[in-house]
Design a protein around this ligand. Sequence first.
Ligand SMILES: O=C(O)CCC(=O)C(=O)O
Ligand SMILES: [Fe+2]
Length: 317
Amino acid sequence: MPDTPAPVSAIPPVPLALYETDFAAFSQSLGAAFERYGFAVLGGHGLDPALLDRALSATKAFFALPEATKLRYRQTGMGGARGYTPFGIETAKGATHHDLKEFWHIGRELPAGHPYTDYMPENLWPQEIADFHASTYALYEALDTLGKKVLRAIATYLKLDAEFFTPTVKDGNSVLRLLHYPPVTTPGESVRAGAHGDINVITLLLGAEEPGLQLLDRDGQWLPITPPADCIVCNIGDMLSRLTNGVLPSTQHRVINPAEGRKDFARYSTPFFLHFEPPYVIEILPNCITPEHPDLGGEPITAQDFLMQRLREIKLA
Ligand SMILES: O=C(O)CCC(=O)C(=O)O
Ligand SMILES: [Fe+2]
């Protein structure tokens, strides 16, 4: 029996190697998947396997700590933006039951006196796990770099300058979320993650090879996204959807409970929510208003105000 079930993914991976060898083809394939599904899969992500192992071991070690120890790292206020959020808190917008997950949030480390320190609180680090800080922050930085590559491809696909997004996300309020969904042993109404759209610009997701992630396709069907191990699932968040007037849609997705035979398996997944810099004003790009995409309207809004509105809706603020 293999350790993990065979991959089933509705969306074929786009090889990241194309970024170097044929950037035009890379941005076209990636952009087309995003426009069609709101999701794309990057194949051969090139992240250091040793680093991924270290970060995953540190994550597992943290979640295995006694609840009382983990709760010492819970911060209320600031939308759970840093440290630990226990099981039973996050609830998808409009859902009546909370999700079946606990998680840890890591944000950008800013130098003292940086103008964004008011928006981006300092990280917490669990003292119990020696390699937690070094391994997970190295992963944050690797995903930040990879996300900026994906944004260059998206800008090119949208016929903008390839560097259009670079200054808008340079010191962005991005968050790495280490997620633990425990085994699902008792039946109930809750699911691992209720249907939701992500709030941010784009999300890069590691660890989706344990089945359960699904996206809601245009025709109302749920499509499974369970890619092979060296892939990263990417999706468009609400901020980029708003900026592009829905040309790149923020697609609803969820994580369903494990099937018979996988109920005893936990899921550890790691989304990197890439955000704009807090003062960036999200205002529809004029070239995204076309006959097929009439102006969806909405007032310009800063990334910070947009974020706070949405965190209140999911009961994190
Ligand atoms: O666990 C996953 O695969 C998806 C998590 C997710 O969609 C989220 O945390 O926003
Ligand atoms: Fe999500």
